[in-house]
Design a protein around this ligand. Structure first.
Ligand code: P6P
Length: 338
């Protein structure tokens, strides 16, 4: 019988890759895995209890908050708080940084950014949703309260990043800068087990993912690239297939495995794009780069962007390296940066 490697065993095996980290990062990833299992349990029974439905409040994005959003947010904050390795959490659900007080976290050196349940508008219709997280070292000295500047570091400062996709199976995919590994939750033993070692994104793909309902407001470069995807050309396997789930983690995960490009450009409603730099774009950008792919805002590498605010948005072009490069060439040609 094939040896099963659990997430915990894998983290410990890889611990030797981080002589500087005396196990803190390992414990942090363990805490995230615990919260993911609890959220997964609720997501799987969402249709059975009244945890669905509008919570009656709206989050700082002005979106209706579903109870599962609130639940997931609480689970990740609780797990990170009790784990003792994190001194603060920035969440899509909270405008302000959540400071983790208490003796156990007094000298914690990591700060976490998290989108606890991305794509939550899809919960009611049984479409895959996800959690996205990014871990960086605080820039200020331990022992004093974290401030926003601790978070306003480029994506290149991340020490770990990943996502959980709650889909036909539940998977945790993460990187610490030494490749990308995917773990599938085995509910029979309640463990994430290594199922996708050393994940690689194909350099080319035949899928493009974009909400074409916003077409009229897209930059000309995006419009021209979409036309390029749709033109018949046997040599480059076009026309590509259009696949858009409307859940970043689901669209991203499919393209990571099969190859493809996901674009959320600037639109009339979201002139800076809709997706958040710190806890959506940076984590998936590191993963795609570690898997051999590429991520930019159409002009600049996502991980090189200097964040100015906690919840800032950015356009996102991400996926197979050659496809993102092609899309960037269309942006340079038809929508040159002023
Ligand atoms: P639109 C979900 O609300 C989300 O934040 C991402 O998961 C997803 O990629 C995007 O928004 C979908 O946005 O405007 O196409 O519905």
């Amino acid at each position: 019988m094939k040896k099963v490697t659990t997430l915990g065993q894998f983290i410990i095996e890889r611990q030797k890759d981080f002589p500087f980290a005396k196990g803190e990062l390992s414990r942090l990833l363990r805490d995230i895995g615990i919260a993911a299992k609890i959220v997964n349990r609720e997501v799987n029974k969402a249709g059975l209890v009244d945890i669905l439905g509008e919570h009656g409040t709206t989050n700082i994005q002005g979106e209706e908050v579903k109870k599962l959003d609130v639940f997931a947010n609480e689970q990740f904050i609780d797990a990170l708080s009790s784990g003792g390795e994190t001194c603060a959490v920035a969440s899509e659900e909270n405008e302000e940084i959540i400071h983790i007080e208490g003796e156990v976290s007094a000298n914690a050196k990591y700060v976490v950014s998290v989108d606890p349940l991305d794509g939550s508008s899809n919960i009611d219709v049984n479409v895959s949703i996800g959690t996205i997280f990014s871990i960086i070292r605080r820039s200020s000295e331990p022992g004093i309260p974290v401030n926003e500047n601790d978070y306003l570091q480029k994506g290149t400062s991340m020490v770990a990043a990943g996502y959980i996709i709650y889909g036909s199976s539940t998977m945790l995919v993460y990187t610490t800068g030494r490749g990308v590994n995917g773990f599938t939750l085995d509910p029979s033993i309640g463990e994430f087990c290594l199922s996708h070692p050393d994940m690689k994104c194909p350099e080319e793909g035949k899928i493009y993912s974009i909400n074409e309902g916003n077409y009229v407001h897209f930059p000309e470069g995006v419009k021209q690239y979409i036309k390029y995807c749709q033109v018949e050309d046997e040599a480059t396997k076009r026309p590509y297939s259009s696949r858009y789930i409307g859940s970043l983690v689901a669209d991203f995960h499919r393209n990571l495995l099969k190859g493809g490009i996901f674009i959320y450009p600037s639109t009339a409603k979201s002139p800076n794009g809709k997706l958040r730099l710190l806890y959506e774009c940076n984590p998936v950008a590191w993963i795609i780069e570690q898997a051999g792919g590429k991520a930019s805002d159409g002009y600049t590498r996502i991980m090189e962007k200097q964040p100015k605010t906690l919840h800032e948005r950015t356009p996102l072009f991400i996926g197979s390296a050659n496809m993102v490069t092609m899309a960037e060439e269309f942006m340079q040609k038809f929508s040159p940066k002023n």
